[in-house]
Design a protein around this ligand. Structure first.
Ligand SMILES: Cc1cc2nc3c(=O)[nH]c(=O)nc-3n(C[C@H](O)[C@H](O)[C@H](O)COP(=O)(O)OP(=O)(O)OC[C@H]3O[C@@H](n4cnc5c(N)ncnc54)[C@H](O)[C@@H]3O)c2cc1C
Length: 575
């Protein structure tokens, strides 16, 4: 089975596992890095043509909406934050009748029968009884139109506390206080982790990582004013973090699966076609000035003939196991995801806010398609949702293409180091630098110096003990630890209890007592730092649990590191 082939996507990552989806307790996802890499290569040209068409390149957005959570300033420090909008008097697509349609109505659409079409504005709640939306939409009257191609997602310089606060608010949405304990699945790897919560976390983290890939891929060279792929920034923000990388692929699996499903429940060609049929002659004229309206065959060729058949070859994401144990959890999930789209109004930089909105609406649409499947007949879609979904998919697709490009750059750097052309260390040390505390997680599992010492002493103990497997040691202290006290020759002799004299036994006893005293004194000295480490570790675990992230760090006792070694070690003492 092609999908199960071993991976080669991230040679520089130990995380190169075929189960990258399910590896972190998400059994619904079923694919590999390399499968997605290949799939993406095959559809990338069609997708990048598709988002250049008039249906998908114009996006309607309210850039002046106030943040309702705190008093955030829409303050743009650099020109790269700005958004170029289309002149409002010239462009207005809001009269298009099929902005919100039920799939079941689409079969009936024709020009004469436009009463079958919901003429509601894009923002109006479609169904007052049951809201199946996962995103908030902007008020129609306050919106402007933007040509996305003129406003690429790239480095803007937005950062510091402002963006940190927004990310913090976004991740904080992933605490489901009403989570029913019944929905907790007892998985071996992660007991008591809620799968749905983990899915939520991975979507947000994948969005965060994808934004970071784009800003590293088009990073501003302050001297030349040019944008270029910056490997160092990529490694610092994404490349050194296996989970962030895998969450981008995870999102790719979710969004592509939703597009496949959308094509089954919504006659896409008709949906797009009717959009164009409803454009007034005056609007058509404006379209002609700013770019031709393509014939609907273009969408048919690109989306229906090329992209969707390729995506349909395998089920990349299976939703059947989600929300099965606690149906109320879905309402919570939907409400919380919706909040994230509202948090986007708090993003200070216009360009970032716009792309943040597109992508949260895109993910919201994907979730609506996949999680509200049983209500497929009643689902309605706005044009903006389809536009956002396809553009979000393009963002992920471009992220994956860029990641592969960064991978080549990194491998080339390693080659150059080997040839002596490049200096070693520039990127290799990033991993180490990235260690330590960071919001919202530990960047990597912190390694405590004491652990390293104990582990190395343990392994040397084991090598000595395996060399003396037949011996019946009576000492409770591993022989290797005594190397400072006894000479190596003495150690060899002491390993065999039958060769020990009374003096030897006395020396061993004195050693054990002095070792114990040293241990006690040392533990007083290191007490504050030990307490600090334990507190930090537990705080990190609690945080991980709270926001549904996989637990990154478990404080493992050194002797539980390897079971077989542990057994040998225990056997030594039993003897
Ligand atoms: C909605 C939104 C859109 C943005 N769009 C752009 C843009 O288009 N162009 C631009 O230049 N900047 C954009 N930014 C800013 C950008 O995301 C960073 O916030 C900024 O570059 C500062 O980066 P940083 O390295 O300080 O850490 P941040 O990216 O701000 O991250 C904060 C902390 O979150 C943790 N973290 C980072 N990534 C992940 C992850 N993937 N998963 C889990 N935890 C993580 C780390 O602990 C990190 O220290 C946007 C910000 C937001 C909120």
């Amino acid at each position: 089975n092609e999908i199960q082939q071993p991976l080669s996507a991230f040679k520089f990552h130990p995380f190169d596992s075929p189960e990258f989806c399910s590896q972190i307790i998400t059994p619904s996802c079923n694919t590999t890095f390399s499968y997605i890499d290949e799939l993406n290569k095959s559809i990338r040209p069609f997708l990048s043509d598709l988002i250049k068409t008039s249906y998908f390149k114009y996006f309607k957005v309210d850039l002046d909406k106030q943040c309702k959570f705190w008093s955030a300033q829409h303050f743009c420090a650099t020109e790269n934050c700005a958004v170029e909008i289309l002149p409002p008097d010239q462009f207005n697509w809001s009269n298009i009748h099929n902005d919100s349609l039920k799939p079941s109505q689409l079969g009936k659409i024709n020009r004469a029968d436009s009463t079958a079409i919901d003429n509601s504005i894009e923002t109006e709640a479609i169904d007052t009884c049951e809201d199946l939306d996962y995103s908030h939409f902007d008020e129609d009257h306050a919106c402007v139109y933007v040509n996305l191609l003129n406003n690429p997602e790239r480095f803007t310089g937005y950062g510091g506390n402002q963006s940190f606060d927004v990310w913090k608010a976004i991740y904080s949405e992933n605490c489901f206080p009403n989570t029913n304990p019944m929905s907790m699945k007892n998985l071996d790897a992660e007991p008591e982790q809620c799968i749905e919560k983990n899915v939520f976390y991975r979507i947000v983290s994948g969005l965060h990582a994808s934004i970071a890939v784009h800003l590293s891929n088009e990073y501003l060279d302050a001297e030349t004013g040019e944008f270029y792929p910056n490997l160092k920034v990529f490694m610092e923000r994404v490349g050194s973090f296996n989970d962030r990388l895998s969450n981008i692929y995870f999102n790719y699996a979710i969004v592509s699966q939703s597009i496949v499903r959308l094509a089954q429940i919504l006659p896409l060609k008709q949906f797009i076609q009717s959009g164009y049929d409803d454009i007034s002659p005056a609007q058509k004229q404006i379209f002609d000035q700013i770019g031709n309206v393509e014939s609907v065959d273009v969408y048919d060729d690109l989306l229906l003939q090329e992209i969707i058949p390729s995506l349909s070859q395998n089920t990349l994401f299976d939703t059947s196991t989600l929300f099965s144990e606690d149906p109320l959890l879905k309402n919570e999930f939907r409400a919380r995801f919706k909040n994230i789209s509202a948090i986007m109004d708090c993003v200070g930089c216009d360009r970032c806010r716009m792309w943040g909105k597109i992508q949260t609406i895109g993910y919201g649409t994907a979730l609506k398609i996949l999680f509200e499947d049983e209500a497929a007949e009643n689902l309605k879609f706005r044009r903006i949702e389809i536009v956002a979904l396809i553009n979000t998919f393009d963002r992920l697709s471009k992220s994956i293409a860029s990641i592969n490009n960064f991978k080549s750059m990194y491998l080339k750097h390693l080659e150059d180091v080997e040839k002596g052309i490049a200096k070693p260390g520039e990127y290799e040390t990033i991993r180490n630098k990235a260690k330590g505390l960071g919001f919202p997680f530990f960047a990597t599992a912190p390694q405590f110096k004491d652990d390293e010492k104990v582990v190395s002493s343990l392994s040397s103990t084991l090598s000595v003990s395996s060399a003396s497997e037949s011996s019946t040691s009576v000492t409770s202290t591993p022989p290797s630890k005594k190397l400072g006290f006894f000479s190596p020759v003495e150690v060899e002799k002491l390993l065999d209890p039958s060769k020990r004299s009374f003096i030897d036994e006395l020396k061993i006893a004195i050693f054990d007592v002095s070792d114990a005293v040293k241990f006690i004194l040392n533990s007083y000295i290191t007490f504050p730092s030990t307490i600090f480490k334990i507190t930090v570790t537990y705080a990190s675990q609690l945080w991980d649990e709270l926001i549904g992230a996989p637990t990154r760090f478990k404080y493992e006792s050194p002797i539980s590191i390897k079971n077989d070694e542990q057994e040998k070690y225990a056997a030594l003492f039993d003897n």
